[in-house]
Design a protein around this ligand. Structure first.
Ligand SMILES: Cc1cn([C@@H]2O[C@H](COP(=O)(O)OP(=O)(O)OP(=O)(O)O)[C@@H](O)[C@H]2O)c(=O)[nH]c1=O
Length: 610
């Protein structure tokens, strides 16, 4: 049975599934798709470190699998299939990508890593439309990914080995099959179950709707009046008004061109709408509306909605309104928007936090980003409204990072410190473990703010003594960030200015999220001071979000703008950071990623002066 009309659109096409996975075959054939199976010969050996995110890796692998089949079939038959579908499923935990285990020991290593914890399963999918012209293969690639989180129960060694001995883990990413025996390991799943099994059918159907069934004119007009994107529903796929022609393999739909669609036979009508409108630009509308979503999140945080619900949820809108001292109508709308944004859940008994909100948006807790949200709301929001003049005039004349600007008010400094503290706590472990730093016995975190990274370094390396060096007006507030009182013995805070004062002695210097705040001349000045203090064999660890050519990731783009509106600094590429370290006498420069957004660069001070 073909439930989704859009799958029906593919019935007259030659569709190929470029996969040997029996699960993918089953999911797609149960959805009513008719296709041939041609397993891909593409070796899954792409360099994972070359991708900004795990899903970028999965998408690229899926694309390469499908392209290999398309080009092999084209060469063999001189007729490529119409559509080739490739997919790749990976399991990720703590920044690590797990694929199919090589052997039983490998399966054991994977399952022990997942034991008792939550991990993400990503499937990257590529839908390739092929067309042969003059013997040449022409392809249009549409790609997407889906993420599902899965939590394993605490499992005994015996159970893990029993499961491994069943043989089930061996052909499955992460070493388990949720659809079979492996289901017993799983405590809960958040997201699309079939995505874990190997193919995100729901997202796939939505993509097909985008590709094959651009919205009808009535829908476009409705959008004009109501600003509600009529996408992502399968009803649009019903082709009563459009017929097969309008819903065909539109080039504009297939290659995602958002430009002008060719005018229909009558040309543009009086509204400027055309007979065959281009695919509805839902991503673009999301982008246009993006600031409203941010502001809703900021406001809910500021009003402590997530704190109230963490402590007492689920609660009805009227009760939340009373607790946050706001109107019932306004609160109800804000709560519904938070539900739509995936921050809250609405149940029969009222609204409650999603796990994401409880973890990151409530004001307390080690993973809280409440301070970072407040900083964005109260500071970044204001300066970004002036982005146009920053773009016109170039970076702000005001020098220095917010923590270092002496004219800053105490409140503003504290707000900035809270923001940095939240971010640093969240990433400290990944930064501390990006390289093995156990050869060092002393480290100095320059501009180390509240010591969040320094604490993690001290925790990770039991021999390491860590000094946090920051401005006196910053150090003065440190104790309020560690309410439990005493700092660990191997951690000390020294007030000073890294541009003026002698740097504390250390074997390893750390500059975490510092360099991007400064223009090139100041960066050279700082690095030459570090280089002079660092003894041969010592190290310099730089932590930044690098602008790398490979990284088309949106993650690094806001940072590029930050530097423009906030300081004289700028983001730099990994090649630039490497070169900066080289110019200041650091050799054997290595690069690693700490999570999705941060790059860590480590250099060793050479014996000869630069
Ligand atoms: C987490 C999980 C994974 N899988 C299977 O793991 C393989 C992933 O490997 P892949 O590289 O994406 O695919 P493949 O099997 O090598 O096939 P191919 O597409 O030819 O590369 C796929 O099979 C999936 O179903 C399950 O069956 N159940 C699960 O719970």
């Amino acid at each position: 049975m073909v439930l989704s009309p859009v799958i029906g659109k593919l019935l007259h096409k030659r569709v190929v599934l470029a996969s040997a996975s029996p699960r993918r075959r089953e999911i797609l054939s149960q959805a009513g798709l008719r296709f041939e199976v041609v397993p891909s010969r593409f070796k899954e050996k792409l360099d994972k470190a070359a991708f900004p995110t795990p899903y970028a890796y999965a998408i690229e692998t899926a694309k390469q699998k499908a392209l290999e089949v398309a080009s092999r079939m084209h060469q063999k038959d001189l007729r490529a299939p119409d559509v080739v579908i490739g997919a790749d499923t990976i399991v990720t935990i703590g920044g690590l990508i797990l694929e199919k285990p090589a052997d039983k020991q490998d399966a054991y290593r994977m399952l022990s890593r997942l034991n008792g914890k939550e991990h993400s399963v990503f499937t990257g999918v590529a839908i390739i439309h092929c067309c042969s012209e003059d013997g040449q293969l022409d392809t249009d690639v549409c790609e997407f990914h889906e993420e599902t989180t899965v939590k394993f129960s605490e499992l005994s060694e015996d159970l893990l080995w029993e499961y491994i001995d069943s043989g089930e883990p061996m052909d499955k990413a992460g070493g388990y099959g949720i659809q079979a025996l492996g289901g017993m390991l799983v405590e809960c799943v958040h997201g699309d179950f079939l995505n874990v099994v190997g193919f995100p059918l729901n997202h796939f159907c939505k993509k097909l709707v985008e590709l094959y069934c651009p919205p009808r004119r009535e829908d476009v007009q409705r959008v004009k009046h109501e600003s509600i994107p009529p996408v992502d529903t399968f009803e649009i796929a019903s082709d009563t008004a459009q017929g097969d022609e309008g819903c065909g393999p539109s080039r504009a739909g297939v290659d995602g061109h958002t430009g002008q669609a060719p005018a229909g036979p009558q040309g543009p009508d009086t509204n400027g709408l055309v007979e065959n409108p281009p695919p509805f630009p839902s991503d673009l509308l999301d982008l246009i509306d993006g600031f409203k979503a941010s502001k809703a999140l900021f406001t809910a945080c500021k009003l402590k909605v997530f704190d109230v619900l963490k402590e007492e949820g689920p609660l009805k809108a009227v009760d939340v309104a009373r607790k946050i001292n706001a109107s019932v109508c306004g609160t109800g709308r804000l709560l519904d928007v938070c539900v739509a944004l995936g921050l809250l859940e609405k149940t029969d008994t009222g609204y409650r936090n999603t796990r994401l909100a409880s973890r990151h948006l409530a004001s307390e807790g080690v993973c809280s980003l409440h301070g970072f949200v407040a900083y964005n709301d109260e500071h970044a929001w204001t300066v970004f409204t002036d982005l146009e003049s920053a773009v016109r005039q170039g970076p702000r004349a005001a020098a220095g990072s917010p923590a270092e600007d002496p004219s800053q008010s105490r409140d503003r400094r504290l707000r900035f410190m809270r923001a940095m503290h939240g971010l640093a706590q969240l990433t400290a472990r990944q930064v501390a473990t990006a390289f093995d730093l156990s050869r060092f016995t002393s480290a100095c975190d320059l501009g180390g703010c509240t010591g969040a990274l320094a604490r993690e370094l001290a925790r990770e390396y039991p021999r390491l003594k860590v000094t946090v060096f920051d401005l006196p007006e910053v150090i003065e507030h440190v104790s309020s960030f560690h309410p439990e009182g005493r700092q660990p013995e191997r951690l000390r805070f020294v007030p000073g200015d890294f541009f003026k004062d002698d740097l504390p002695d250390a074997q390893l210097y750390v500059l975490s999220r510092i360099l991007h705040d400064w223009a090139d001349d100041r960066v050279h000045e700082l690095l030459s001071r570090v280089s002079r203090s660092c003894k041969p064999g010592g190290g310099l660890l730089v932590v930044e979000t690098a602008l790398d050519e490979r990284r088309a990731a949106r993650a690094s783009l806001p940072a590029a703008l930050n530097a423009l509106v906030r300081t004289q600094g700028r983001e730099r590429s990994l090649a630039e950071y490497r070169s900066l370290l080289g110019q200041h006498g650091f050799r054997e420069v290595q690069v690693a990623q700490a999570g999705d957004r941060l790059d860590v660069v480590l250099g060793t001070r050479a014996s000869s002066a630069p």
